[in-house]
Design a protein around this ligand. Structure first.
Ligand code: AMP
Length: 181
């Protein structure tokens, strides 16, 4: 099964993505994670990605599409995957030629996401300043909301209430995938 998870930062995409990956026995892949790895490299591309990420901006579509395509053609992703963080723009969605089964929108209000990020424990990411987080939420509304409509029209969008317990969200996703598959 090929599933895409979309949501604002703090919606719980990686938590739910990893749970789904375990349950459905397909690998989890996050573009944010890929870019954070690339940002550590002391190359021109690495430094560029780091700068864009730290400002809360999106990596340009052309670069993002090329990187994602390269990953998804690897043999481990042939049977399926849970993809977190892509596509984030209409250009990315249109360039994405893989046949996906479902797109899950983890719906959390901006207020709840900001609250969670402010009190999130564990690892603090270098690209996680309040200004960058606010920028990402703003870009989500401008560029990623249209992607939700794009998949709604294709009738593969699933809306999930992300303001529940981790287990309840997971069950709602499983239920909605099952009911519509
Ligand atoms: P995330 O972990 O999904 O919040 O992603 C962290 C950062 O990586 C984002 O703020 C962007 O700078 C970059 N990024 C991740 N996925 C994409 C994408 N599909 N398009 C452009 N930039 C992305």
């Amino acid at each position: 099964m090929k599933i895409v998870i979309i949501g604002i930062q703090g919606a719980g995409k990686s938590t739910q993505g990893n749970l789904l990956s375990e349950k459905l026995k397909v690998p989890y892949l996050s573009t944010g994670h890929i870019f954070r790895q690339l940002a550590k490299e002391k190359t021109k591309l690495g430094r560029y990605i780091k700068e864009v990420m730290n400002a809360g901006y999106l990596i340009p579509d052309k670069k993002t599409i090329a990187i994602v395509n390269e990953y998804l053609t690897r043999p481990e992703y042939k049977k399926g995957y849970i993809l977190d963080g892509f596509p984030r723009t209409i250009a990315q969605a249109k360039a994405f030629t893989q046949v996906i089964d479902k797109v899950v929108h983890l719906n959390v209000s901006d207020k709840e996401a900001l609250w969670r990020l402010a009190y999130r424990n564990g690892e603090i990411r270098e690209d996680d300043t309040l200004a960058a987080i606010k920028k990402r939420i703003d870009l989500f509304h401008r560029f990623t909301k249209p992607v939700l409509n794009y998949y709604r029209k294709k009738e593969i969008l699933i809306e999930v209430n992300g303001e529940q317990s981790i287990q309840d969200i997971h069950h709602e996703i499983m239920h909605k995938i099952g009911n519509q598959a």
